[in-house]
Design a protein around this ligand. Sequence first.
Ligand code: ADP
Length: 514
Amino acid sequence: MHEECFGEGPFTFRLNDAGSGPQLLTQVCLERGWKEYNLDSGDQWNLWWKASGFPANYHRNLYSWQYINHIPKGSSICRKDNLVRHLRCMKKIYGNIYDFSPHGYNLPVEYTKLAAECNKPRTMNAKDQSEGYFDANPIWICKPVAQSQGRGIFLFRNLSELNYDTNTIVQKYIERPLLIGGYKFDLRLYVCIPSYHPLTIYMYREGLARFGTDKFTLNDLRNPFRHLTNSSINKLGPGYAEMKDRVGSGCKWTLKQLRRYFRQAGISDWLLWQKISVLVVLTVLSQVPQVPPTSNCFEFFGFDVLIDHLLKPWLLEVNLSPALGNDCDADQSVKKPMLHDLFDLLGLPLYNTGLSVFSIWNEDFKENNRELCANKNATLSVMNAAGRWRKKQRQKSARPKSSSRYKPKSPSKPKIRKQKSENKDSSHWGNGKDWTIGPKREGGWIKLCPFNERTQFYSYLEKGSAKQIVCQLTKWMRSAKEIAKTHPHASECQLNEFLAKDVELMGEVWIPPI
Ligand code: ADP
């Protein structure tokens, strides 16, 4: 690896307005031997990570060795009102496969529709009952579009209680979420889109379950600790430190802990994870037509998913800048390896810092996580990220440069300004990163799309491709349901094998660790 291909000097990272609690991000960047940017460095930075988006044409002025964490027009699903609009539109075209977002209205534009729905004389129908509604008068949740972390959210039953002064969405409230020890929880899943053309989607195997800290009940709609699962709210609540039934103290579990609980409680969850991976691809697909071909950028999303009492996943929202704070053991053990693996996936370098990654991780880890130290896998995960990266670089330098099969017709390529030290061969990342042959897996990141030869063909998103990808996902869902039904006692490995065969999977089935 030649350092010059990343511009002059050491690999430099630049964080500003990096979102809530970027400590772990800074830590990971420093562990990789990167230097923190200061304003005197001008445009000598390699990775710029921002919570909000970059100005529209910003990516056009990037050097070939610069990378930014947002894709132009690549994050419209992160606005609550756009998400409602996109998914509603897809549902109209493709039908019930898009039935994973609670029914919602954008206010003020759709106020009259909401009013008509609320004032309609209602009796409980079979669909309401199957979705767990208790009352002919459903509960609604009101969420301001431009807010996050649970701010400005409230629940109501009657239209007269609705009060809003800004763009807002009003959604049907999922009244019967799956509870653990009486507490509501939702999932935070990490998704990376390194390229929209060809469409390439990865999801991390680990993630978080985030709990409310007061027991869930519909008799008290005002208490946010019962109904909202945002950790930014719950970590300030009176129940946070308490030892709660089954949940324990705090408000977060890793997905591994959650799956262990499912196993102990006799809940078979294999089908649930299949539904979730299909939901993620369908959601990303809903915004793809608007995104132009670009390079030297990626999106890193946090998907929030609620599971109901029938183990059906509901998409609540997609976060543009998932929190990278370090509030507890679960944060540390999930987010740190996830970020190292993310940078490996994107092909960003890891330099020798003098300290081995093992010792950085180990010291840090021992200090903060006595309990988790018993879990050797967490340590190994970062070691492996470093080892894998070095191995890959060795293989790359031994291998002749592969030519890209994908040539966009009139790509809006980044303007590559000539620079003395710029390496002519920028194939290591950015322009040269060829996502038509992106890895099936990088550490804990598993490729969700394309997943078989057909979706690979259609990932170039020519006319009619979205339809073909939805068809393949429909087949995936049908097969998964059938397999779960006909093999109730099969092991997870067997179920994965059956599915892989049925859908002609090229990589592996995404499922959180157990
Ligand atoms: P924010 O961007 O403010 O976090 P979210 O849409 O994620 O907004 O909602 C915050 C929390 O409210 C979620 O974590 C979840 O616990 C709860 N919530 C949101 N929408 C629904 C819904 N339709 N049904 C049930 N709970 C919901």
